[in-house]
Unconditional design. Sequence first.
Length: 269
Amino acid sequence: MSLKQPPKPKNKRDANRYRNKRPACEILNQELVIDHKNKIEKWCVVGRNNGGSHRFEQIYGGRLRKKILDFVLDELKQHPEIMVLGPGEGHDTALLKLELEKYGIKPEIDALNLYKGTLDKELIKKRIIRNDLSADKVFEQINQHDDSKLVKRLLENYHLVIAPKSVGVFNKSRAFSLYQVALMLKPNGRAYVELTFDFRKDLNFFKNGPNKSKMLLEVEKQRTIALRMIDSFLKNHKLNRKFEISVLKDTIIEHDICYDFFIEIKRIT
Ligand SMILES: C[S@@+](CC[C@H](N)C(=O)[O-])C[C@H]1O[C@@H](n2cnc3c(N)ncnc32)[C@H](O)[C@@H]1O
C-alpha cells in the first residue's frame, strides 16, 4: 500500500506532461458520476452490477464457486477472514455468507467500497458484514502515509479477497490493483479479482473488434508487472514471501462490449 501522490504540475507544460500519467482515481472518476458532496455513487451499470442479490449466481456460480468453496472448505479454518472489494450494495456478499454457513463455515466479512454510503447499512446492523472499511477514496490511492490505520487493518489480514467488477476494472492500473490486493493476503491466502477489457475503451487491443489472444498478451504483461511490483515491495521491506498470479482462462466471458474474467492471486508463503 504505497502509492505516492503525483507532484502538482508547476505550469501548463508540466500539466500536459502529467495528463498522460494521471493517477488511477482521476481515470476512475471519468467512469462514474460521483456526487462528491453527498457521497453517492451513480454507476452507469447500476441496476445490473450493483452487488444486488441477482449478482450472487453471476459472480459465485460456475467455476469460481467451486474454487472458492474448495479453498474455504479444504484450506481454511472455521472463521475465514474475507474482504470483498467493491461489494456495491452487498446483497450478493450476504448470500455468499449464507452459502458458506451451509457448510458450517462462519466467515468474518469486511467490505470496502469507494464510499461508506454505498453498502446497505442493514448488513452492518445485522452483523452480516463485520466492517465497512470504505475510505471515501479509491482503493488504489490508499497509502501508508495518509491512511496508516487503515493500511494496518488491510495488510496481510485476509484469507480470501474477492473483487467482482470493482478495483482493477474501473481504472487503467490493473497491475497496481493486483499488487495492492496481493499485499492484503495472509499466508496461504487467495484473491479473485475480476478484470474487464472493454472493446470500446481498450482500443489498442480491439481496433478490429474482439481479439482474445491480444487481450491475453496484455493481461500477461499486467501480471508480470504486478509480480515485479510485489517483488520490489518485498525486497524494500526485507520480507520473505512468495506469490503466484494466474489468469483464470476458464472464467472468460465474452459480452457484447467486453471480456470479463477473474485473476487468481495465491500467497504461497
Ligand atoms: C459496478 S459496482 C459492482 C458492484 C458488485 N461488486 C457487483 O459486481 O455487482 C463497482 C463497485 O466497486 C467499487 N469500486 C470500484 N472501483 C473501486 C476502486 N478503485 N476503489 C474502491 N472501490 C471501487 C464501487 O464503490 C462499487 O461499489
